[in-house]
Each structure stands twice: as C-alpha cells, then as structure tokens.
Design a binder for this molecule. Structure first.
Ligand SMILES: [Zn+2]
Length: 556
C-alpha cells in the first residue's frame, strides 16, 4: 500500500524526486507508529513514503538518486532538547581537559597551551570533563594549576556549576581570604581560610568569568561550523540551546548566512535571577521573541534557573551528606511570576532549570499562577528543564497545567556518584522518572545537557533503556523505557517541544527531510549494541550533511 502525498506530486507536471531511498525499515516515529520501506525526498522535503520497497518507483527520473540498501534502517534525525551547542563549539577551541587522567596530566596540557600563548592571555579548558576521570578523583587546586604557568590566568571549568582558577586569576578577580561568598555562590576555602581556587555555582564563577574576553567572532563561527559537522556524524539534525547570549546569537547568524549551520538550532536567552523590574527591562530590550527565525535558526525562548547542580539543588529534605542544608530556590516565587507574566504576554516561551523536588514544586507553583493569570496560554509555553525529582502529585500538576518537561539521562549517568553522595540512595533512584512522565501524559522530550555530558544520543538512549550510570550501576530501573519510546522522545517529541511537529520530527510527507540511516536497527537491536552505534548518513532538510560510505556520491 502506498501513501504517496497525492497524485499530482507524482504527476508529469512536477519535478520528480531528488532521491528515493529503499530500506529495511523506515520508522515514521509518528503517532500511528507506521513503518515504511521507501521514502522520497525533493528539495528540503519528504514528498512520499511507501510500505512497498518499489512503491515510489514512479517518482524516479533521470536526475533521481536511488539508494537501494535493504539493510538500512532510517529514522528521523536526532533532536537534542537541551544541548549547550554554542558552548560545545567554544570547547572545541579550548584545552581538552577530558584527555587528562591525572592532575599532573591536566597541568601538562595547560602548560603546553600556555607555552604558545602571549603572557596575560587567559588559558581555559573545555567544560566537558569530570574529575572522576582523574586518578585523584577531585578538582585541582589553584596551587597545582600554578605549576603550569604563573604568566597566564587559568580557568578550569567543569560543566556549568564548578570551576577552578589559578592564583593569578584569583588575584585578577580580587578573590582573597577576606572576600565574602556572593549570594548563592561559594568560594571554597582551605582550613586556614585561603581560597583553594574552586568556585561553586554561577554567582561565584562569574567573579572570574566576567573578566574573560570572548574569542574573536571569526574563531567562534569556525568553532560552530566544526561542531555542526561533528554532531551531524552522530545523526543530530537539531538542538535546543539553553543558554545563548546576545553576542553568541551573532555567531549563529553568521554561520547561518554562510550556509554552514547544518544543525537546526533553537537558542534560549538566559534571564538571570534578580529583581523583577530589572529582569522585565532586560526582556523588553531583547527586541525579538519566541518563534523569530526560520527552519534552521529560530529563537525558542527564555531560560532561567531555580536551582543549581547536584550540590546546589533545592531539596525538600536535607542533603544526605549535610543534614543542616537542603539548598535554596534561586527565585522568589512572586518575582518569578511577575517576570513570567511579563514574558508570556509578549509572546515568550520559558524553560526553567529545576532539579531538586523543592525547586520543581516552586516552579510549578509559579507556573500555576502564570497559567491562571493568562487564560488560554498554549500548552508547552512553560517548560521545566530536567525536573529530576517529581512525584506523582507534581507530575499530575505538570500535565494539568500543560507544562512541558525535558529530560536528560546523561546527567544521571555522569553525575550519579555526586548525586548519590548528596541526595542518598532513595532519592537518586527516583531521579528522572521518565517512564512515569510518559505514562502521566506529560509533554516530555529527551536530550543530553552536553556539555558536560556526552552529546552522543545513542549513549542517552542506552541510558533511558537501561537506567545505567557511569559509576553507581543501575538507578531506578522502574523508570526505564523501551527503545522505541526512547527514540521517540529524542526525535518526534523534541520537535513537538519546539512546536514544529507540523514541519519536522517525523518521517511522513510534507515534513522536512531530516533523517539518519543505520546498518543496525536501533529499535530492535540488543540494547548493548546501541553504545557506539553511528549513522551511515545524515540528511538535514534534504541536504546530505554526513555520508560515511559515500552512498550519495555521483558514482555511488
Ligand atoms: Zn543545561
């Protein structure tokens, strides 16, 4: 049975398909769960699909590329719902801290970079690493980093919530034993009060980061181009980038203009915690709003944070390793409601980072008031990022309020040991209740939160299916989902989070031709085979952006 778009599409009056692909299985990932055997692409679009391998042969003309590969499995390209893509791009140009296996090796990598940099220039590491890869299993100190250079300020950042400065950087920032901790931030100190170099949480890290000049625009554009090419080799066709500054949007636009943006990007502007009047003025001055852009580059919305990382989460019960603390939400609920009301009335969508149960509940408290204040708000206008701890009551509220939820198993995979230490066994097993989110009918989608985590979607899929982690084994096996569901959350559901289901995210006619092909079927293969699985080719908007086996070459 053929589900061609219409008779006229296949008629003689219009150009025939640019490519027709015949494969073992072409998963539509649409609600009907249809699986096809042939798909036709013309320009940017999927124009027809067929359950019969030869069902689209009528669309083949002299200029049509025919890929006849009965072993291939075709799926919608990955859409990572929470990917710090511009940061990943920037990381490509920095010291690759993930290559170090000890503090001495890390110091050596920094020393080598410093040797070719003029004195005074900042030396920074990529944020995509973790101290669990170091023999010492801890962050370095300022004194240790000083062994690499005393001529350059050094900033060794890990993920989004921790960083280490060398002594020169501490000096330039004016951080001494007399410096008080900024609100919601910690300057880590030795027993005698001397700063160790370690700064915890954004408010403390910004003491250093505000001093670091951005790389030249041209360098940033080249980094982003390289990141696009790299992500395409993993089948990634779209990302939603949760923190993009106004300056970084220029990087996206420059690459978009040059035709190099081969990963569809959905930037979010960060709205820091602060007085409502200041924040609403910020938002008013942005000049655009959600939805501005085209299919390649489009503003998603605003981003803010209700709490921090594993040790800066706002929890209902105290930390397992610190009975005197349960963390604090960053926002006053009244302020957040005022800012969110202002934003949604100007057409903005909002995603708020919340991991602790108290943070998730506080965001939902605010969202409940915002939905009451703004009747008819479109479901999915308000989103919670991560939502690590959310019990049945909070899940039901999210469903009732039309709040979207984004989940990223790679965080649990990578940070499991810290979460176990800080949150204890019971809470760690409850983190990311993905299956329960799906069963509660909440609009949920999946991603990586890379960096610091891996951006490899197959690792995330493996994690969602096994609930496995890097160091602490399986956590919360009841929240595992099957391979089809995991793939659906990482493709079609992410397109839905972007309100773009009518244009992309599934393989059916009149959708953008964003697809990837595998020699092993990721839906039916043994779960361990997912790890390391890479596509044969990736197509974004009908353009072949990765072609490992040169299947699309003229002679191919
Ligand atoms: Zn993030």
């Amino acid at each position: 049975m053929t589900q061609a778009t219409s008779a006229s599409d296949a008629g003689a009056a219009v150009r025939l398909a640019d490519s027709v692909i015949r494969a073992q299985a072409i998963y539509s990932m649409a609600a009907n769960r249809n699986v096809y055997r042939a798909i036709a692409v013309r320009d940017e679009w999927i124009v027809a699909v067929s359950e019969a391998p030869d069902g689209l042969d009528g669309l083949i003309g002299p200029g049509t590329k025919v890929i006849d590969e009965p072993g291939l499995t075709i799926l919608p390209a990955f859409d990572d719902d929470h990917s710090h893509f511009i940061l990943a791009a920037e990381n490509l140009g920095l010291v690759q801290a993930n290559q170090a296996h000890s503090i001495a090796e890390l110091v050596e990598l920094i020393r080598r970079r410093a040797a070719s940099a003029p004195a005074g220039q900042w030396i920074r590491t990529s944020t995509t690493w973790d101290e669990s890869n170091l023999a010492e299993r801890r962050l370095p100190t300022a004194v240790e980093l000083d062994q690499a250079t005393s001529e350059h300020p050094v900033w060794v950042k890990k993920g989004g919530h921790e960083g280490v400065a060398n002594s020169l950087a501490l000096h330039l920032a004016g951080i001494t034993s007399a410096t008080a901790d900024p609100p919601h931030g910690t300057i880590q100190r030795a027993a005698d009060g001397t700063p160790t170099g370690v700064l915890l949480s954004a408010p403390a890290m910004s003491l250093i980061e505000r001093l670091i000049p951005p790389p030249p625009l041209e360098q940033q554009v080249q980094n982003l181009r390289q990141a696009c090419q790299l992500y395409n080799t993993y089948g990634i066709g779209s990302v939603r980038d949760p923190i993009v500054t106004r300056e970084q949007l220029l990087v996206y636009q420059a690459l978009w203009e040059r035709g190099g943006l081969t990963v569809r990007s959905r930037p979010m502007y960060l709205v820091p915690t602060g007085p409502a009047a200041e924040r609403t003025a910020d938002i008013a001055s942005l000049g655009v709003r959600s939805g501005f852009g085209d299919d390649l580059l489009k503003i998603w919305g605003l981003k803010s944070l209700m709490d921090g990382g594993p040790f800066a989460a706002a929890l209902d019960q105290p930390y397992a390793n610190n009975p005197n603390s349960s963390g604090n939400p960053f926002w006053q609920t009244d302020d957040l409601v005022e800012v969110a009301n202002f934003a949604v009335r100007r057409g903005w969508r909002i995603g708020i980072h919340a991991i602790g149960d108290r943070a998730v509940r506080t965001v939902l408290d605010a969202y409940e008031r915002v939905t009451a204040d703004n009747p008819g708000l479109k479901p999915g206008t308000l989103v919670i990022e991560h939502a690590f701890l959310a019990d049945e009551t909070q899940r039901a509220r999210a469903r009732r309020l039309g709040v979207g939820v984004t989940v990223q198993h790679p965080l649990l995979y990578e940070q499991g040991a810290q979460l176990l230490a800080g949150w204890g066994k019971e809470r760690t097993g409850q983190i990311l209740p993905i299956r329960s989110w799906v069963e509660a009918g909440v609009q949920v989608s999946a991603g990586s939160d890379s960096p610091p985590t891996s951006f490899d979607p197959m690792q995330a899929l493996w994690g969602m299916v096994t609930r496995g982690t890097k160091q602490i084994g399986v956590q919360g096996p009841d929240e595992a989902v099957d391979q089809y569901t995991a793939m659906q959350l990482y493709t079609a559901a992410s397109a839905e989070l972007n309100w773009e289901s009518a244009r992309r995210g599934t393989l059916q006619p009149r959708r953008l031709a964003d697809l990837m092909a595998y020699r092993t079927d990721p839906i039916t293969c043994p779960v361990e085979q997912l790890l390391g699985l890479r596509p044969v080719f990736t197509m974004v908007g009908g353009r072949v952006v990765y072609d490992r086996e040169s299947l699309f070459d003229e002679q191919g």
